[in-house]
Design a protein around this ligand. Structure first.
Ligand code: MN
Length: 256
């Protein structure tokens, strides 16, 4: 049994993506690194968990597995079955492209860190801005710095960090800001085309997304060339609304 630190790494771009390779290599500076990642791209699957079919985990070397499932499947399987001991940290990424504002609700990368947090581990997700980003090393360096901060402190349960790194074309990143989720403009575009049989098919989403300014937001920080680090609470209860609803009745039901 090793006393060395163990860090679990996953992602949603798949085991062979450049971002997860750069991330795992950089985190080796802090301890042993286990990689349990989807065997193919799972971007946009959010918190999908596979319950209706068996999962296969294929060994890919020492502390390396691919799983034919989602990032959530990977974390669940790693933390309950595959890893030789409990990890000190779970890191998901480095995603190809940003996960800003409401992206966190679609992102498989963020979902991987959410699973780590829900299962009781310190966790963060990290994504690299740009489309497509090419230089992952500066973001991997940021991951090591954030990992050091998390490892050296207590963190509240059911919380995680969502880290977005500006694309500096390979130059070191200079600054960061603690941020809140911003307001992205998704464009709501649907492209309709027709297949060779004349039936319509659809592509969701447009080109690169814009955002609306919001003080202290992750979008604004990335725009200014800063690393954006947003703390996320997995308790989704809207406390203020819960208070405001205290006197509201639902017709036909007794409030108790
Ligand atoms: Mn992705």
């Amino acid at each position: 049994m090793s006393n060395r630190r163990l860090i679990l790494v996953t992602n949603d771009d798949g085991f062979h993506a450049p971002g997860i390779k750069a991330l795992a290599a950089a985190l080796e500076a802090l301890g042993d690194v286990a990689v349990v990642a989807p065997d193919r791209e799972q971007s946009g699957v959010a918190r999908m968990i596979t319950l209706g079919r068996p999962l296969r985990a294929r060994p890919r070397g020492h502390l390396r597995w691919t799983v034919d499932g989602s990032p959530t499947d990977c974390c669940y399987l790693a933390l309950h079955e595959l890893l030789p001991r409990a990890p000190d940290l779970v890191v998901s990424g480095i995603n190809r492209g940003p996960n800003l504002a409401d992206d966190v609700t679609y992102s498989g990368t963020v979902a991987g860190a959410m699973e780590g947090a829900l299962l009781g581990f310190k966790s963060f997700a990290i994504s690299l801005d740009g489309w497509p980003p090419k230089h992952y090393e500066p973001a991997a360096e940021v991951a090591v710095r954030v990992a050091e901060v998390m490892l050296s402190r207590d963190w509240p349960r059911r919380s995680m960090l969502n880290v977005n790194v500006p694309d500096t074309q390979g130059a070191p990143v200079s600054g960061f800001r603690w941020t809140r989720g911003g307001l992205r403009d998704y464009g709501h575009k649907v492209t309709v085309r027709h297949d060779p049989r004349g039936r319509p098919y659809y592509w969701l989403g447009g080109d690169r997304l814009g955002h609306h300014p919001l003080d202290g937001s992750d979008c604004d920080a990335i725009d200014q060339g800063l690393v954006a680090i947003t703390p996320i609470d997995l308790d989704l209860t809207h406390e203020r609304l819960l208070d405001a609803l205290a006197d509201v009745d639902v017709p036909g039901l007794e409030r108790r």
